[in-house]
Design a protein around this ligand. Structure first.
Ligand code: SF4
Ligand code: SF4
Ligand code: SF4
Length: 287
């Protein structure tokens, strides 16, 4: 199968994650993929016609928009890889200030005339083109990328992950009695108990499973990089109140107190809400 691997505005972490798949990567490269275009692998400037395009990153520049439209027109199947491509992701944090302020703040040492023309906001690619499969994550885990791509190349629908990260986390959920929330470095976490039951703000109960819960298993809170799970997909306004209820239930802290604590850290939801995305055409395409 002929494959294009395309990078729009991003950190290139998703393609790096794909490269980390080890033997599974070698297998897919030797048996299934003929990569004909990729800034990482191949020195080719023109975008060729292919069976499959894998796209990381979102649309922040006019060049991104032109490229994604061309890539779509020249691909039979298009896969959005990583939460920048699927939802806007961490790169859409820039959406909270104007383009003018963004350039003044981050690029004051450069001549802005030498920078690419920017769109008004950072957008996920589904705002511009039809997407066949979305594999969210920042970055998606190597095994998830390889399993999903293997299914796609063999003509099967990849396994969907419809539940939440809590189902992959071995920590025990209890209704604790706490009087405040904690930052992850404020105290040592018990290795067996749910982090929310210990007063940490973990987004596992809102977030699509499929990553294997590496963060809470290692003692860090889930920051939601797989995006909202199916039941919360089209209800972004409910994410906040849902999280407030979960935290209040697992800590016994009154909901009003939880709200005040969360309000102090609006970046908790950056991977969910700062991008400007249109509705996914079909949730069945989210892996
Ligand atoms: S989703 Fe994360 S890892 Fe992938 S390109 Fe965006 S910022 Fe980088
Ligand atoms: S909230 Fe976090 S720590 Fe608690 S069970 Fe869910 S994923 Fe695990
Ligand atoms: S546990 Fe959460 S933050 Fe960590 S990889 Fe999974 S979805 Fe992403």
């Amino acid at each position: 199968m002929k494959v294009n691997i395309v990078s729009l505005t991003c950190c290139a972490g998703c393609v790096s994650s794909f490269l980390n798949a080890g033997d599974a990567l070698l297998e897919i490269l030797s048996q299934d993929f003929d990569i004909v275009y990729s800034p990482t692998f191949v020195d080719l400037k023109e975008v060729p016609q292919v069976d499959l395009a894998i796209v990381e990153g979102g649309v922040r520049t006019e060049a991104d928009e032109k490229l994604i439209r061309e890539v779509r027109a020249k691909s039979r199947i298009l896969v959005a890889l990583g939460i920048c491509a699927t939802h806007g992701g961490i790169t859409s944090l820039g959406n909270i200030i104007s383009v003018k302020k963004l350039l003044e703040k981050e690029y004051f040492v450069l001549e802005t005339s030498k920078l690419p023309e920017l769109e008004d906001l950072m957008y996920p690619i589904c705002n511009f083109v039809d997407v066949d499969y979305y594999i969210p994550g920042c970055p998606p885990m190597p095994f998830l990328i390889v399993h999903s791509l293997k299914s796609i190349v063999s003509g099967k629908t990849p396994t969907r992950h419809q539940s939440v990260v809590c189902t992959e986390c071995n920590r025990k959920i209890i209704a604790a009695k706490l009087d405040r929330l904690y930052g992850i470095y404020d105290k040592e976490a018990d290795p067996n108990l749910c982090l929310v039951s210990q007063g940490f703000v973990c987004l596992g109960s809102l977030t699509r499973e499929g990553c294997g819960a590496p963060c809470p298993r290692a003692g860090f809170t889930c920051f939601g990089c797989r995006g909202p799970t199916d039941s919360l997909l089209y209800r972004s306004r409910d994410l906040y109140s849902f999280l407030v209820k979960v935290i209040s239930k697992r800590t016994s802290i009154p909901e009003e107190e939880v709200k005040k604590e969360l309000y102090r850290n609006p970046f908790i939801f950056h991977t969910f809400i700062f991008s400007k995305f249109e509705r996914f055409k079909a949730r069945e395409r989210i892996i």
